[in-house]
Design a protein around this ligand. Structure first.
Ligand code: AR6
Length: 231
């Protein structure tokens, strides 16, 4: 794989065709090893059933808003499948706005295995969590708590016992956590997004005025907290 595959996926078809196992090798991105990088999932768009069009617009608008504050840091939107609709929508909207594809790009892979499986160094990863900050429940929350091990659960409890929709909390990982040793992740930022799923707590019953505001707040909190660690 070429460097190009990684740094310019917003404009090319390469990342559309990139499968999880075919992401760039570690050697090709070694120059980025020290660049503060936040990998984040699309908050609220699976278990919480938030509309993908609206979510993709919010993601790109928020990324654009934070571009000037990033310095040399990078933001990476991650999803599991190369057929991810949210990644396609975001790539298209980011390309329309000419967002710098070295500072923001999409990536196909498991957010808990970005370095070990794809060679992508991300010192911070975000989690789309639940209001109790509990492990389990499926989705990226289960994957991150499983990968973080008991250390992540203990450190999370130290930081907060609950979150309101739109809030985020930073959890430093001890060097004994597998996410730290295997992936080089030093912090997890838990984020609570708006819930549109009637079977989950605090459902907004289709109120997208409130929902969009909460999702905007969630990304603002996430990016601000990442920058406070990065700088
Ligand atoms: N790596 C990368 N992306 C992932 C992974 C992974 N391992 N797993 C899922 N995604 P979701 P939500 C993507 O449902 O909608 C939980 O039970 C997924 O394809 O994890 O905010 C929590 O406890 C989607 O694009 O989060 C909450 O109760 C994105 O991550 C609730 O679900 C978010 O999907 C949160 O629901």
């Amino acid at each position: 794989c070429k460097e190009q595959d990684l740094v310019s996926p917003l404009s090319g078809a390469a990342s559309d065709e990139t499968k999880a196992g075919e992401n760039p090798a570690a050697g090709s991105i070694s120059q980025h090893d020290d660049v503060p990088t936040l990998a984040f999932p699309s908050i609220s768009t699976a278990g919480f059933q938030f509309d993908l069009e609206k979510a993709s617009t919010i993601i790109v608008d928020k990324v654009e808003e934070f571009m000037d504050k990033l310095g040399n840091a990078r933001l990476v939107l991650v999803d599991l499948s190369n057929r991810s609709e949210i990644l396609s929508l975001v790539r298209a909207k980011a390309a329309q706005k000419n967002i710098d594809s070295k500072r923001f790009f999409t990536y196909v892979g498991d957010i808990t295995r970005l370095y070990s499986e794809g060679g992508l160094r991300c010192n911070v990863i975000a989690n789309a969590t639940n209001w109790r900050l509990k492990a389990g429940g499926g989705g990226v929350n289960s994957a991150i708590f499983d990968a973080g091990g008991p250390d992540l659960e203990a450190m999370t409890k130290n930081q907060a016992s609950s979150l309101l929709p739109g809030e985020a909390v930073v959890v430093p990982l001890p060097s004994t956590s597998p996410l730290y040793t295997r992936e080089g992740v030093t912090h997890v930022i838990h984020v609570l997004g708006p819930n549109m799923n009637p079977e989950r707590p605090n459902c907004l019953d289709g109120d997208y005025i409130k929902g969009c505001k909460i999702l905007q707040d969630a990304y603002s909190s996430l990016f601000e907290k990442f920058l406070s660690i990065a700088n």
